[in-house]
Design a protein around this ligand. Structure first.
Ligand code: PMP
Length: 394
């Protein structure tokens, strides 16, 4: 069969280039200590930044949501799948973000990937121009592909280049689209400058705060709170499967933008609504994020980030400047990164190697992610292991 032969040949090439990916199977809840492929490991790879994925109150709320609303929604939102829990979650999210958005309304999606497709597909019509940051997440890139708008990519963090593009554009609708916290580097986009540019040039600023919502800001309101942003030009996307510990995502913006998405975004309209029990559990996640427990968890996470920074003494492997929970160690070659991840695995540490195309060529890396559920001793163990491993492979 030619088709299968072709695929097998391409899969073989991935293996030769050390680009083949493999999944590991976890047998325990998402937590620092996990059982993976039958082995007890210390994990530094989840995006469960606040440790809510296995939080007893969130798990109990999920159970309660299932008994109240059943296992599935049964239909798409515009048919009959929109439940009370979805509606409550959207109201709570809009209230939570109201300090940063004008006439805020929120819309819950099954995943962040779909929210980005929905958003860019619906706002990026044929008369629009999308200005997309060079290091954006794959879901934003795919959203640009789905949109009928023209797309220009501006270099990572380059405000001047973006301004020139905005000045040159005569498009009726302009959308500047960026991750807030870049998922593979951990750095933060210069959002205040980007917003000022957008306001000056009558453009929307679309922020994907997948890695900021719940983590950044005094109350966990993410990048908007971290920078104290407020503007009618903002369209905000936050995910709920990372710091919020459950799943799904939302877009929050002016109510007119949200109504447009309800009417026009295909990834919202033509899919079965997420289980209402998830939305019900997320109400508890939001309480935790906004309350004293969330505050304490964010403070602990910040302390762990500082601890890792102070105790890693890497020379050859490159640390990237990151004040977030994403702490990459760039090794360069694909195979060397895989070897490093394998050596850590031998010692019972689970740190994923990330390779192209997820990151640019020759920047394969260990992507360390920290969580508020890690202990000081666990982070110390990671730092010791990384320092020793680099010295050993020199
Ligand atoms: N945006 C960014 C920046 C992400 O890192 C991710 C997930 N890795 C997504 C969007 C997609 O979110 P979800 O996992 O909910 O589909």
């Amino acid at each position: 069969m030619k088709l299968l032969d072709d695929l097998q040949q391409q899969l073989g090439q991935l293996q030769v280039q050390s680009l083949q990916r493999r999944r590991r199977t976890a047998d325990s809840p998402c937590a620092p200590r996990v059982v993976v492929d039958g082995r007890d490991m210390l994990a530094f790879c989840s995006n469960d930044y606040l440790g809510l994925a296995a939080h007893p109150q969130v798990v109990e709320a999920l159970r309660e949501g299932a008994s109240l609303y059943g296992a599935g929604s049964g239909a798409s939102h515009l048919v009959s799948g929109h439940g009370r829990a979805h509606a409550q979650l959207e109201e709570r999210l809009a209230e939570f973000l109201a300090p940063h958005l004008e006439q805020a309304r929120a819309l819950y999606f099954c995943t962040g990937y779909m929210a980005n497709l929905a958003l860019l597909g619906a706002l990026g019509g044929a008369d629009a121009m999308i200005f997309s940051e060079g290091m954006n997440h794959a879901s934003l890139i795919d959203g640009c592909r789905l949109a009928r708008a023209q797309v220009q990519v501006y270099p990572h963090g380059d405000i001047d280049a973006l301004e020139k593009m905005l000045i040159a554009s005569t498009a009726a609708t302009k959308l500047v689209v960026t991750d807030s916290v870049f998922s593979m580097d951990g750095d933060i986009a210069p959002l205040p400058q980007l917003l000022a540019l957008c306001e000056r040039h009558d453009a929307w600023l679309v922020i994907d705060d997948a890695h900021g919502f719940g983590v950044l800001g005094e109350h966990g309101r993410g990048a908007l709170e971290h920078f104290g942003l407020r503007s009618p030009n903002l369209v905000y996307m936050g995910t709920l499967g990372k710091a919020a510990g459950v799943g799904g995502a939302f877009v929050a913006a002016h109510e007119t933008v949200i109504e447009w998405l309800v009417q026009r975004s295909r990834p919202y309209i033509y899919t079965t609504a997420a289980a209402p029990a998830l939305a019900h559990a997320l109400l508890t996640s939001l309480d935790l994020i906004a309350g004293t427990e969330g505050h304490a968890r964010r403070a602990h996470l910040q302390a762990l980030i500082g601890q890792l920074d102070a105790t890693l003494t890497l020379q050859r492997w490159q640390r990237l400047p990151s004040i977030t929970a994403i702490q990459p160690v760039v090794i360069g070659a694909n195979q060397e990164s895989l070897d490093a991840a394998a050596a850590l695995h031998e010692q019972g540490l689970w740190v994923p190697a990330i390779r192209p195309p997820t990151v640019p060529r020759d920047t394969a890396r260990l992507r360390v992610t920290l969580s508020a559920s890690h202990t000081v001793e666990q982070v110390a163990q990671l730092a010791r292991a990384l320092n020793a491993l680099e010295a050993r492979t020199a």
